[in-house]
Design a protein around this ligand. Sequence first.
Ligand code: KIV
Length: 309
Amino acid sequence: MFARQQIRSMRLQQIAGNGRRWMSKITIQHLHGMKRKRTPIAMLTAYDFPTGRACEAHGVDITLVGDSLAQVCLGYDATTRLTLDEMIHHCRAVARGSAAPLLVADMPFGTYHAGADDAVRNAVRLVREGGAEAVKIEGGREVVDTVRRLTTVGIPVMGHIGLLPQRQAILSGYRVQGRSAGDALGLVDSALALEDAGAFAIVLEAIPHAVGSHITRRLRQAATIGIGAGWETDGQVLVWDDLMGTWGGHKAKFVRRFGDVRGEVERGVKAYVQAVRDRSFPSDSESYEMPAEEAERFCKLTEIGNDQP
Ligand code: KIV
């Protein structure tokens, strides 16, 4: 058994030993079984140890270190700015927290476009250095050769079609895709080609519900994971910060806020600053004491200006 696998299985045992329910390792076979049994797959993005830990602890099936990392964590204006080294750095932190869910990492813009050899080299770094178990790449027919090559060398690939954030400049923004019958057929064709090339799952982003459910029915094995593709896909994915309401920027139609972290952060930071200003923080119970006789001795020493014991 490889060292990393050993560490993962030790971590799974530790989790079980901590009295939580036994969390079995999610595999690709397991995900395909979920598609067959129509059990919805829950995928969520994570960017660091705490968010990875939360995915692990609360039943997420696939943890995705998405390149949305560029915008929601690193403050870039587009995913195209993210480097492979930045992705590996964050992926490694997520891997330390998320052992049971399948761990998928986005291949950043420019890391799989210059040919299959280049894609293999970069995907191997994500697996070896980042701890990813699978990679995700954006695109349809044009990336099929790369998907085939990666799966041939043993790196599982998740496809991503519909709205492709890495191509937002050429698409003139973040727009719904597949609204015309011709475009929708193109998406179906891409999904079938990706499955044929070996993709184990495909993200469908911002496409009409009817197209999402049609593709889901047409794929024999590959699971569809929707984000703005209706409720009939095999699973759903959301960006952590959209789901948690971490910040208040643009909210896409497909986003549902399941938390109000921004409100909590605002309340917490304001209360902290106020408590510092009015000296109510720290209280006596949040401070350390000296033994009484040492305090008395200390007073005497400082009173006579002699701080030698
Ligand atoms: O980068 C990301 O977070 C993604 C999801 C939106 C699927 O690709």
